[in-house]
Design a protein. Structure first.
Length: 418
């Protein structure tokens, strides 16, 4: 790759900056970087693209200028050669980072891969396109990648994101860390989102990650409540005000289908006599959702003057288990997850399966059991993917029994049994 120097103001009548220039053809981008050195245009040799070294127009302090400019050209040649030798992409961002670190004394970071990852997450957080849970997931993935790099002695660079990485990382996550299919599949999907961003930003030209196939997601058995369960919750008199408030928020989510993160957006200003008007914060192009109020949801809103007593999601998940424990929901239920092709079965008390997500699952399940259409339910919950919506629907044993009794309600012929 060729490089050159040029003047910022070649036709001026006073000293001007000397710029280092080259072209990254794969990026269709010209790289221009200020050397911080100045020279008068009359002391600049337009043919050699360097200050005059002798004669009438010899530049002042030529030797110093030569030494400084050679630092840029030497570092450029050294960096390009290094990246070719290790089969890494030599990009404009790589060169800028190298120049910044060497000439502007910017704090050196350990790995451009993680530098890019940090830039990616910071950009998304600044643009407010992620929910809080998504931010946590991307931070978690970075921690996993760091542990993978350390424990497997696999230094992460963009050029190494290939089939070998995919195989080793899958084995690490599902073997060493014991991730189930759904957890690994979700994390790999988020990782690929970062890689698409890095490719778009020209941190890399490597697109091997596009072919990474996620392990097959499975529908795990989850808990959904019945109307009887909701009545039990509402009729119970809690001595603890904390648990009463947690119960009320949980029930409100059960009868509205709202995500826990959406509950904070409710105020008197977006509640009418019949609806909660909810504007999608993650996608401003979406139309506002109208979530119908029922006697229960309206009662809870009025009780708290249209400001639900919310706490952190993690704490709510902790306390809702206490709510169900106090109601003596201690019967054993089986939790089944999948790691590759192996089903992992774990017996737990019912109350330990409760979380904020149970409320949204309960809403969808109860609506489906009453024969409400997917389109109607999605208009309330905000789902755009019917496959995702139906993954919430939980069919329990009593419902199966009821359905079979209705279908096979055949009178047995009265014959003499010998």
């Amino acid at each position: 790759m060729k490089y050159t120097f040029k003047l910022k103001e070649p036709k001026g009548d006073k000293e001007t900056l000397i710029l280092f220039c080259c072209e990254f053809k794969a990026e269709s981008k010209k790289f221009v970087y200020s050397t911080g050195e100045n020279v008068h245009p009359k002391n600049w040799d337009a043919k050699s693209k360097f200050p005059f070294s002798n004669g009438k127009f010899k530049a002042k302090e030529f030797e110093t200028l030569k030494m400084q400019l050679n630092r840029y050209s030497d570092l450029f040649i050294l960096t390009e050669s290094l990246y070719k030798r290790i089969s890494e992409d030599f990009t404009s961002k790589v060169l800028k980072k190298t120049f910044d670190e060497n000439f502007k004394r910017v704090a050196t970071k350990k790995n451009i891969f993680f530098d890019a990852y940090d830039e990616f997450t910071a950009e998304r957080i600044k643009d407010n396109v992620w929910a809080g849970t998504t931010v946590k997931r991307y931070k978690n993935i970075k921690n996993i990648l760091k542990k993978f790099e350390k424990e497997k002695k696999f230094t992460l660079t963009f050029s190494k994101i290939d089939k070998t990485f995919h195989r080793e990382f899958t084995s690490y996550c599902m073997g060493d860390l014991g991730h189930i299919n759904n957890t690994y599949s979700r994390n790999l999907g988020l990782f690929k989102t970062f890689m698409f961003w890095a490719k778009d930003k020209k941190y890399t030209y490597n697109d091997a990650f596009i072919g990474f196939v996620k392990v097959k997601r499975v529908i795990t058995n989850q808990i959904a409540l019945t109307l009887e369960d909701i009545n039990n919750l509402l009729s119970h008199d809690f001595e603890s005000k904390k648990l009463e408030r947690v119960r009320d928020v949980f029930v409100f989510a059960c009868v509205t289908g709202m995500r826990f993160g959406e509950l904070a957006s409710i105020s008197r200003s977006n509640v009418t006599d019949k609806y909660i008007i909810l504007k999608e914060e993650k996608d401003e192009t979406k139309e506002a959702r109208e979530i119908p109020l029922t006697n229960i949801s309206r009662y809870i809103l009025v009780k708290y003057d249209y400001q639900l007593p919310l706490i952190a999601n993690q704490k709510h998940n902790e306390y809702i288990k206490d709510v169900f424990k106090e109601l003596e929901y201690t019967q054993m239920v089986q939790k089944i997850t999948t790691n590759r092709k192996e089903n992992i079965k774990l017996d737990l008390e019912f109350y330990k399966r409760m979380s904020t997500h149970t409320a949204r699952r309960t809403f969808i399940t109860l609506m489906k059991r009453q024969g409400k259409s997917d389109k109607l339910i999605a208009s309330i919950t905000g789902h755009t993917d019917m496959k995702t919506l139906n993954a919430y629907y939980q069919v329990d044993a009593p419902e199966k029994q009821e359905a079979m009794d209705e279908v096979f309600n055949i009178e047995i012929p009265m014959k003499k049994i010998v």
